[in-house]
Design a protein around this ligand. Structure first.
Ligand SMILES: Nc1nc2c(c(=O)[nH]1)N[C@H]1C(S)=C(S)[C@@H](COP(=O)(O)OP(=O)(O)OC[C@H]3O[C@@H](n4cnc5c(=O)[nH]c(N)nc54)[C@H](O)[C@@H]3O)O[C@H]1N2
Ligand SMILES: Nc1nc2c(c(=O)[nH]1)N[C@H]1C(S)=C(S)[C@@H](COP(=O)(O)OP(=O)(O)OC[C@H]3O[C@@H](n4cnc5c(=O)[nH]c(N)nc54)[C@H](O)[C@@H]3O)O[C@H]1N2
Ligand code: SF4
Ligand SMILES: [Mo]
Length: 755
């Protein structure tokens, strides 16, 4: 009789922002199955089809386990010692020849979902010491962070809809039924929307496609792509014209610049924006008044509003409307979480701060202003290929696939060939890592501990959830943080023999020493050595030790004994389903970090951008006589950006990478369902199968991103069988939101022809 060592481990899913709790059944160190954790305080058993595939991801034979080094153009397996030596030679060599500015980094999306990267990517950037920093943020949420920074003084202060209590939700350019939500952490987002409708609330979705979420909505508004800023401006204009009495009661005293913004919005009447947005004036006025008159309401904008040429302005206007309806920082409105750890708006004295700036530097070639310490991903190729002082000669990619994820993938791929050295930290040999001289694999998510330091700061409840590693690391398998620490050491010039622990120790010392100097912290004036000893006594190191520190010094923390019953990592470990600290509560004015101590309603950059918006409104009329259509993206429930396509159970079935087109357009262009069309933009061309559907606005076509697994030199066999095409061969590196450097990935003019 064999004694089966079956156990159930609980772990947060790291694949998307919902952060669902998983119950992982493990027998003899093999995962047998994964289901939703019914007792998880936040997700209560909900998962999507991807959650259970962490098992398949862990067992994927194509997932890398040992470093690869490129020799004579081919990637071969190497020992860690060989890999470190090659990295040392590569990085040190480039620094010696061209200086630190010649090293660029690109940090990808999984970095926002990993405790190692959330604690050590910053160390890496500091050690490299170059301003050539890029990330997936400039093809994603950066506009919202810039507008939040300008308005509230911290880029972490992103209002989230109070989903569980609102009675009216206006969603623009988000499809949470498929994406499970973004910049609004809410496991079972669909269930929360349905609960809102069940209690008599109204869901309105603004989207050029009748998305899954739009289908569920009480009203679908088929906006013309790229025009959300105009719609929002007209909603705000309507509210201002009707009178903003609602403000004086509660919010008015926190506002700076109200008269200015009202004045600047005057030209944006519903009539003025109707043609460009494709939404009639009457509907716009009605939306404005519904938002104002509902017992509570929230406006929520995502990818379709941020990845456009007016991303920052649209993001700002979302909150202007939330303020004009009196719903900011109000139960059922757009609220500000009090995150347990990791937020920029819970440290330092509350109510005032240094404020927020962009443009503390400019990109070398096109002179784009820095935003949150980075330059536009769309500028990476030119920074590599344009000669001159500061030209990028080496690239370090951590958990990113910019060849499929950022504009003009072909141009970017060509530029990568010119690099003198490239390092990828990745789990696959894929479209981007195939260019790397060295690829370092990280363990699978099941082998790592987890805490959503970033995404829980945007959650609809104040929640904490820590996961221990489910499975052990293999022999000679470094953890992800050790890899990042070691690259940092090499970049800092300490050589390939330095231990990760050296970097780790200096990091925790730095963290503790800066916090004990902060007079508003719960450890002000304490002895750093004593605190570090207490953190380290259990043998805890790396991200876990840092997390313990962040939890204990956060708003619910024990302050190392100074706060009775406060939170520690040990307490969180004792609660494997998480701890719920309750529904969101109003946080004004304490949450503010602006210099004025007010909400900056009229930041000069944004007021100035309204002029550009007005000009766009007056000039942007598509020529109806050509075959020109406008391309937008979309997501699929079973897909995750570019990298879950090597999991058979997720990609089997009907092809997902299709061009959706309205029947009228299909007839006009003479294309039939399933036939192949050529889609051509200013920068490129791809061929894709057609899917005719009424669930899209006429004149608009949709192709998902993250596909195109056709490139040689990769090893993702399942993915290449259902390769699809790379929609970012069509997106234009020249079109971006000038305030944040974020690419316009939606609203791309294209021609579609039958072939
Ligand atoms: N299944 C799945 N889930 C994911 C991901 C994934 O790849 N797959 N990715 C994750 C990531 S990294 C993110 S950032 C989030 C994103 O989460 P969401 O923002 O919800 O992303 P999408 O599902 O792409 O929804 C964007 C919607 O905007 C619409 N749209 C396009 N252009 C416009 C426009 O100009 N105006 C308006 N109003 N709408 C427009 C599109 O038709 C689409 O329905 O999803 C996360 N979750
Ligand atoms: N046209 C268009 N383009 C888009 C979008 C769109 O809507 N339309 N959406 C954009 C958005 S929102 C995003 S977030 C970006 C994503 O852009 P990226 O972050 O560049 O791309 P991902 O597809 O997330 O690639 C993640 C990479 O990390 C690897 N990886 C997975 N897990 C780990 C891990 O734990 N550690 C490490 N080190 N590596 C890991 C994967 O193998 C993959 O190579 O794409 C953007 N691109
Ligand atoms: S919704 Fe997101 S977090 Fe939840 S199981 Fe699916 S991929 Fe994981
Ligand atoms: Mo994203």
């Amino acid at each position: 009789m064999s004694v089966s060592s079956e156990r159930i481990a609980f772990r947060t899913c790291p694949l998307c922002e919902a952060g669902c709790g998983l119950a992982v059944t493990v027998r003899d160190n093999e995962v047998t199955y994964i289901r939703g954790d019914m007792q998880d305080v936040f997700s209560k058993g909900y998962i999507c089809p991807k959650g259970s595939t962490l098992k398949q991801l862990h067992n994927d034979p194509d997932r890398l386990h040992v470093p690869l080094i490129k020799r004579n153009g081919v990637h071969v397996e190497a020992t860690w010692a060989q890999a470190w030596a090659a990295i040392d030679a590569g990085i040190t060599g480039v620094i010696a020849k061209h200086g630190r500015e010649s090293i660029a980094t690109y940090l990808g999306n999984p970095g926002a979902h990993g405790l190692s990267s959330l604690t050590f990517n910053r160390v890496l950037l500091q050690s490299i010491g170059s301003r050539q920093r890029y990330s997936a943020s400039t093809v994603d949420q950066l506009p919202k962070q810039v507008s939040s920074g300008l308005m509230f003084g911290s880029a972490s202060t992103v209002p989230v809809p109070d989903l569980d209590r609102t009675q009216y939700l206006l969603v623009l350019g988000a499809n949470p039924y498929v994406s499970n939500g973004s910049l609004c952490t809410a496991p079972d987002f669909p269930g929360r929307l349905e609960a809102m409708q069940a209690r008599g609330g109204k869901l309105v979705v603004v989207d050029p496609r009748k998305s899954r979420t739009a289908q569920q909505a009480d009203e679908w508004i088929a906006i013309r792509p790229g025009t959300d800023a105009l719609l929002l401006a007209a909603i705000a204009q309507t509210l201002a014209t009707d009178g903003l009495e609602v403000l004086s009661q509660r919010l008015g005293r926190f506002l700076n610049g109200l008269d200015e913004v009202v004045l600047a919005l005057q030209p944006f009447t519903p009539e003025a924006v109707a043609v460009t947005t494709g939404i009639d004036a009457q509907t716009i006025r009605r939306l404005a008044r519904e938002l104002r008159d509902a017992s509570s309401s929230a406006v929520y904008g995502r990818i379709g509003t941020t990845t456009t040429a007016f991303g920052t302005t649209a993001s700002w206007l979302v909150d202007v409307v939330n303020i004009f309806t009196g719903n900011l920082d109000r139960v059922g409105g757009a609220m500000l979480p009090l995150p347990v750890a990791g937020s920029g708006n819970t440290s330092g004295a509350g109510g005032k701060g240094k404020g927020f700036r962009t443009g503390r530097g400019h990109s070398r070639v096109r002179k784009y202003p820095e935003a949150l310490g980075e330059y536009p991903a769309a500028a990476m190729a030119e920074e590599i290929t344009t000669p001159g002082e500061g030209q990028v000669r080496a690239l370090i990619v951590v958990g990113g696939n910019p060849i499929l994820s950022t504009p003009n993938g072909e141009q970017l791929a060509k530029s990568f060939e010119e690099l003198e050295f490239m390092l990828s930290v990745d789990i696959y040999l894929n479209e981007t890592s195939r260019f790397a001289d060295v690829i370092l694999p990280v363990p699978s998510p099941l082998q790592r501990s987890h805490y959503d330091l970033a995404l829980l700061t945007f959650a609809v409840r104040n929640v904490a959830n820590y996961s221990q590693a489910v499975l052990p690391l293999g022999a000679d398998e470094p953890d992800e943080w050790e890899i990042l620490a070691k690259i940092s050491a090499i970049a800092a010039g300490l050589g390939a023999d330095v231990q990760a622990s050296t970097i780790d120790d200096s990091q925790i010392t730095g963290l503790v020493e800066s916090k004990i100097k902060d007079s508003s912290s719960n450890i002000f004036g304490r002895d750093s050595e004593e605190l570090i000893n207490e953190l380290s006594v259990s043998g805890r190191r790396g991200p876990d030790r840092m997390l313990d520190f962040l939890l204990r010094t956060g708003p619910y923390g024990d302050g190392f004994g100074s706060v009775k019953d406060g939170l520690t990592l040990d307490k969180l470990i004792a609660a494997p389903h998480g701890i719920d600290f309750g529904a969101l509560e109003p946080r004004l004015p304490d949450v503010l970090r602006t210099q004025s101590g007010k909400i900056e309603l009229a930041p000069p950059q944004l007021i100035a951008d309204l002029e550009r918006l007005l000009k766009f409104c007056q000039t942007d009329i598509l020529d109806q006589n050509t075959n020109q259509l406008v391309l937008v993206g979309r997501r699929d429930l079973r897909s995750n950006n570019s990298w879950m396509h090597n999991i058979e159970v997720l990609v089997k079935g009907k092809p997902r990478c299709t061009l959706q087109i309205h029947p009228d357009d299909a007839t006009r262009l003479g294309v039939s369902s399933g036939s192949t069309v050529r889609i051509t933009s200013r920068v490129g061309s791809v061929d894709a199968p057609v899917e005719i559907t009424k669930s899209i606005r006429g004149g608009v076509v949709s192709l998902p991103h993250g596909w195109g697994h056709t490139m040689s030199g990769t090893n993702i066999k399942i993915a290449s069988l259902r390769a699809g095409v790379n929609s970012n061969l069509l997106t234009d590196q020249e079109v971006l939101d000038p305030l944040s450097g974020t690419s316009a990935l939606n609203g791309i003019p294209v021609e579609v022809v039958a072939i």
